[in-house]
Design a protein around this ligand. Structure first.
Ligand SMILES: Cc1ncc(C[n+]2csc(CCOP(=O)(O)OP(=O)(O)O)c2C)c(N)n1
Ligand code: SF4
Ligand SMILES: [Mg+2]
Length: 343
């Protein structure tokens, strides 16, 4: 019979790893998967669950990180793991957290903090499942983390365009041709900014990139420690979809940050904090030109100077005119600016 203790909303206290030598050696995502060579999303899974530790349940929506990780009775997951429908990572996170709470409250399970992490791809999370994620982020009484691994396409079904695919990229739904060079001309959604700005009960939102592995793990540990519903957006270079040599995954992650295309920040209790190389850029360090990032990838091989200039101008605009650089795209009103200056 399970021990009866009163259930509380307590979380595991996961202190940040103070440097790479302090990172725990145990792995909870091991061999047995079939992702592509150089797949950054597989690394994100490994680091995410390493950061969370053994008392963790992982749920994941359909996509590469489901299909390539659970093939014919093999799996790299050492912790309990469950697949959920493509648009359902939010529902899976909330349902599991609520289920655990009910079982513990009724004394049917030992009351202890168990991490609940639901991951989703950009297609499953930022397009199809955005409603369920939004709903989960309003439920402060349940502890869960939703991690969106963003490889910027519906990769598992052969690289279709998603709302997170960058401007102009070549995908199977946007092949460049002679009549029309650019098929995809929409700017990428600002997913983490949207989740942070619109969910007052959500205490923690962060962006991460596995090229900065220790920082990435520490954001996961912070999210799980702070509790309630939390959200992390990870940018994951994908050799197949982005069309580059697999050895460049780490470098492309770094370039996404150094060019200012993907800023690293966390929003905790309504306060925005930049970190890593993004912090240095906010404090005055020059951004690298976006062409250094774009031209290393086959999906932008059809770009001409005009396209590179447009991309650069959009990133510059994000940094120069947004209310919170690269986070909240409300243009500061002249009247507000004048009032603030007059104080
Ligand atoms: C409701 C539904 N529609 C379509 C599919 C087919 N499908 C399976 S995986 C996938 C791509 C998911 O893309 P994303 O969430 O970005 O994950 P990735 O494959 O890129 O890792 C699609 C469209 C499905 N499984 N369920
Ligand atoms: S297609 Fe991309 S995300 Fe999918 S397994 Fe290959 S590298 Fe990873
Ligand atoms: Mg994807």
């Amino acid at each position: 019979m399970a021990e009866t203790t009163t259930f509380t909303n307590a979380t595991q206290i996961l202190e940040p790893f103070r440097g790479v030598k302090k990172v725990t050696i145990e792995e909870y995502f091991t061999s047995g998967h079939r992702t592509c060579q150089g797949c950054e999303s597989a690394l994100v899974m490994k680091l995410m669950v390493k950061a969370a530790g053994p008392r963790t349940i992982v749920l994941g929506s359909t996509g590469c990180m489901y299909v390539a990780n659970t093939t014919y009775y093999t799996t790299p997951w050492v912790v309990p793991w469950m697949h959920t429908q493509l648009g359902s990572s939010g529902s899976a996170a909330l349902g599991t957290a609520a289920g655990l709470k009910a079982l513990m409250s009724k004394g049917k399970m030992k009351a202890e903090p168990i991490n609940v992490i639901a991951f989703c791809g950009d297609g499953g999370g930022a397009d199809m499942g955005i409603g369920a994620i939004s709903a989960t982020l309003t439920h402060k009484e349940y502890n869960s983390l939703i991690l969106l691994y963003d490889n910027e396409s519906y990769a598992n079904t052969d690289i279709q365009l998603s709302g997170m695919t960058p401007y102009g990229a070549h995908t199977t739904f946007s092949p460049p041709g002679k009549a029309k060079r650019l098929i995809h001309t929409r700017w990428k959604k600002n997913m983490a900014g949207m989740m942070a700005a619109g969910h007052p009960e959500c205490r923690y939102v962060a962006t991460v990139c596995a090229s900065y592995a220790v920082e990435m793990m520490n954001k996961v540990r912070r999210a799980l420690t702070i509790g309630g519903p939390t959200f992390i957006h990870s940018l994951d270079p994908c050799p197949k979809g982005w069309d580059y040599d697999p050895m460049l995954s780490h470098e492309l992650g770094e370039l996404a940050i150094e060019t200012g295309i993907f800023p690293l920040y966390e929003v905790e209790d309504g306060r925005v904090k930049y970190y890593g190389k993004t912090k240095a850029i906010v404090e005055g360090r020059a951004r690298k030109p976006v062409r250094e990032y774009l031209l290393k990838q086959g999906r932008f091989a059809h770009f001409i100077e005009e396209d590179l200039a447009y991309f650069q101008a959009k990133v510059d605009e994000m940094w120069q005119t947004w209310e919170i650089p690269a986070v909240v795209p409300f243009k500061r009103l002249d009247a507000t600016k004048a009032a603030l200056e007059a104080r």
